[in-house]
Design a protein around this ligand. Structure first.
Ligand SMILES: Cc1ncc(COP(=O)(O)O)c(C=O)c1O
Length: 390
């Protein structure tokens, strides 16, 4: 397998690197956990729209979950068929509705207003089955997305009047949920509500399947969760006939597959702390500035003893939150050494931005012996490419 140093020599630093075999293994483990049929796994492209990975997941049998029409566009651009895309999002305007309806994309809407808008903007040739996002938490907790149990009869009435059929309910347990119990509690409420649908055909338990970012964090017990979800689906199907189970994992499938390689530029120590300056920034990967020490950072190369000095890994801007890691333990490092941020396959490149004006890194996918450049490195010109002088 090509070394990480070799990758940087070929593609430059910093660099996002994904391992296709990790995605295959995560997908297989996830799918195997659920024995309910029919099961439809829709990869949440919001967390990573890398075309190589989207195509890989599609080739393994996954559809796509789209949070926005732009997500749907990215999936279609990667070659995913429209009938393999499920949209579940919020606040669509007329143009958004038409984009999705014209392509026959299945939708979960999140409010009575959106359902009325669907009726208003729809045409006779549009698909008539619709799903509704269900507000899974107590109504007194602030949560803006989904309809309540009390609103369900009105939703059914609006749909009926418009010639639509509500054939499924959707939920979202919250991102990076590592407690299997949370999914089951939410699902129980969802299934209770779904019993009120005369045309029930599917249950969509959304995404949010969590991963461990620290050595001592417990993993989500996906096998246990899959068994529990499948058992509930079997019970439901006994009462209501065959019901499709839809799941929308993002982070779970690709999070561990991604690394961000970055090169050390400077090292300084003062006040008992070591500051390791690198050639990337939180503009290239937003998560550390939001969640601080979320990604494990390792020195690439031969194993070396960790120094007992609190170490911050600092980005290449003076922004006060430009730290890729804080209070870490790292070995001796010197300019030119390479560090690896682990588990950046989800919400890494996807959340990067031009804030701080450091062009975004390239992305490569390692697939067996193959190394594929999938996103070119940005240049300064990309930072101003959308500006016009009218
Ligand atoms: C409705 C829905 N499904 C799935 C996902 C994917 O979430 P995760 O990557 O946590 O699995 C999201 C993320 O925002 C979402 O909003």
């Amino acid at each position: 397998m090509v070394s990480q140093g070799e990758l940087l020599r070929r593609f430059g630093s910093p660099l996002y690197v994904y391992d296709a075999d990790v995605v295959r293994a995560r997908y297989a483990r996830f799918v195997d956990a659920f024995d309910h049929q029919p099961l439809h796994v829709h990869f949440a492209i919001v967390c990573n729209k890398n075309r190589y990975l989207v195509r890989l997941l599609a080739s393994l049998g996954a559809g796509i979950h789209a949070n926005t029409p732009g997500d749907a566009f990215a999936a279609l651009a990667a070659g995913v068929a429209a009938d393999r895309i499920v949209y579940s999002g919020t606040n669509l305007d007329e143009q958004d509705f038409r984009y999705l309806l014209d392509r026959g994309i299945r939708m979960n809407l999140d409010s009575l207003d959106q359902l009325r808008d669907r009726a208003r903007f729809g045409r006779a040739e549009d698909r008539t089955e619709i799903g509704m996002r269900f507000l899974i938490d107590d109504e007194d907790r602030p949560n803006r997305i989904g309809i309540t149990l009390g609103e369900l009869p009105e939703a059914l009435a609006i749909a009926r009047a418009a010639g639509l059929r509500i054939t499924g309910l959707h939920m979202y347990a919250g991102t990076n949920t590592r407690r299997a119990r949370r999914f089951i509690e939410c699902m129980e409420r969802l299934v209770d509500a779904a019993m009120q649908l005369p045309d029930l055909a599917w249950i969509d338990i959304g995404g949010g399947f969590g991963v461990a970012y620290e050595d001592d964090e417990p993993e989500l017990e996906i096998e246990q969760l899959g068994r529990d979800v499948s058992a509930r689906m079997r019970t439901l199907s006994k009462v209501r006939g065959p019901i499709e189970l839809i799941v929308e994992p993002g982070r779970y499938l690709v999070g561990a597959a991604g690394s961000l390689l970055t090169t050390v530029v400077s090292v300084k120590t003062h006040g008992g702390r070591r500051y390791v300056g690198v050639d990337t920034t939180v503009g290239n990967i937003v998560v550390p500035s939001v969640y601080h020490t979320r990604h494990r950072v390792e020195l690439v190369g031969d194993a070396a003893p960790l120094l007992d000095v609190p170490t911050d890994v600092c980005g290449n801007t003076t922004h006060s939150r430009d730290y890729l890691g804080r209070n870490l333990k790292l070995p001796e490092v010197a300019p030119g050494d390479v560090l690896r941020l682990r588990d950046v396959g989800a919400y890494g490149y996807a959340m990067s931005s031009h804030f701080l004006n450091r062009p975004r890194p390239a992305e490569v996918v390692i697939d067996g012996a193959g190394v594929h450049l999938t996103t070119r490195r940005e240049t300064f010109a990309d930072l101003v490419a959308t500006q016009v002088d009218e």
